[in-house]
Design a protein around this ligand. Structure first.
Ligand code: SF4
Length: 276
């Protein structure tokens, strides 16, 4: 059994490319909306199958105009059994090309922030609020733009189904648009990042962090400070998962000691942290 990132056994690494490359002809299965998952607890195989079915459906989605310019639907990547899910805004050029989220320069910075917290990206699940690249054609090339509210609304049900199947304990919203979709409308990332919210329908606990693309646009000391906050917020999420799992185990078996691979400390700045 894989040693656990969060002190349990559920975060066995998945196949990063499997979901994104599921063929459009994958068998379809109707997945109910999030509220209808309230009383469902999916097993590992059922969870993977349900997610692949939704992914197969999403790969052929033409609900909004972004379907006309996309190269790939970027559904999600990583371990669907992870208690920790990262949700970003939408794919950029590299993500559109490869069909995977956060694989361009911002993705590399995100991986550094994960690595600083001793997390490998394949151990967690990463997706976006909008599954197709939003871009305008200008001066002979496609330029990224923010998805419109209508495009985001059209895509919301894919995210709902995804998170309804995964049922993470903790979500990190990467950037303001994701926080608007997952936490609340009008979210102010500069004022509210790093705070915990327990009011989202998608997970018991949600926190928002700066988007790595925002960090990349900064320079010098400002960039370093923003990067440290991104690392700190991801670290807080990891720590929250560990705390929740410890509490759950204590509730069902109060006299059972922690597993041998349980981290001694929940401090994300503890001895395993490696700073790039
Ligand atoms: S952005 Fe979402 S709603 Fe629009 S076509 Fe892509 S998958 Fe469908």
């Amino acid at each position: 059994m894989q040693s656990s990132l969060f002190g349990g056994n559920a975060d066995v690494p998945g196949d990063p490319g499997k979901l994104a490359s599921a063929p459009p002809s994958a068998p379809l299965r109707h997945i109910p909306l999030l509220e209808r998952f309230e009383d469902l607890v999916l097993g590992e195989a059922e969870k993977r199958a349900a997610l692949e079915a939704v992914c197969g459906e999403a790969l052929t989605c033409r609900r909004c105009p972004l379907s006309r310019s996309r190269r790939n639907v970027v559904f999600g990547d990583g371990n669907p059994l992870s208690p920790l899910v990262l949700v970003g805004e939408g794919p950029g050029e590299t993500e559109d090309e490869r069909g995977l989220p956060f694989v361009g320069p911002a993705g590399r910075l995100l991986e550094r922030a994960l690595h600083a917290n001793s997390i490998r990206r394949e151990q967690i699940y990463i997706c976006n609020t909008v599954k197709c690249r939003a871009a305008d054609f200008d001066n002979g090339r496609w330029n990224n733009r923010a998805p419109t509210p209508e495009e985001t609304d059209h895509c919301q049900s894919w995210l709902e189904q995804q998170l309804g199947i995964i049922r993470p304990l903790v979500i990190v919203c990467i950037g303001s648009p994701a926080a608007n979709a997952v936490i609340k409308k009008g979210f102010k990332i500069t004022q509210e990042r790093g705070r915990w919210f327990d009011t989202s329908p998608y997970a018991p606990w949600v926190i928002a962090a700066f988007h790595p693309a925002y960090v990349l646009r900064m320079q010098g000391a400002q960039q370093e400070a923003a990067m440290n906050l991104l690392i700190q917020d991801i670290g807080a999420a990891r720590k929250r998962v560990i705390e929740l799992r410890k509490a759950a185990r204590a509730a069902v078996a109060p006299n059972v000691p922690n597993e041998p691979n349980e981290p001694d400390s929940t401090d994300p700045d503890g001895p395993t942290r490696e700073q790039d």
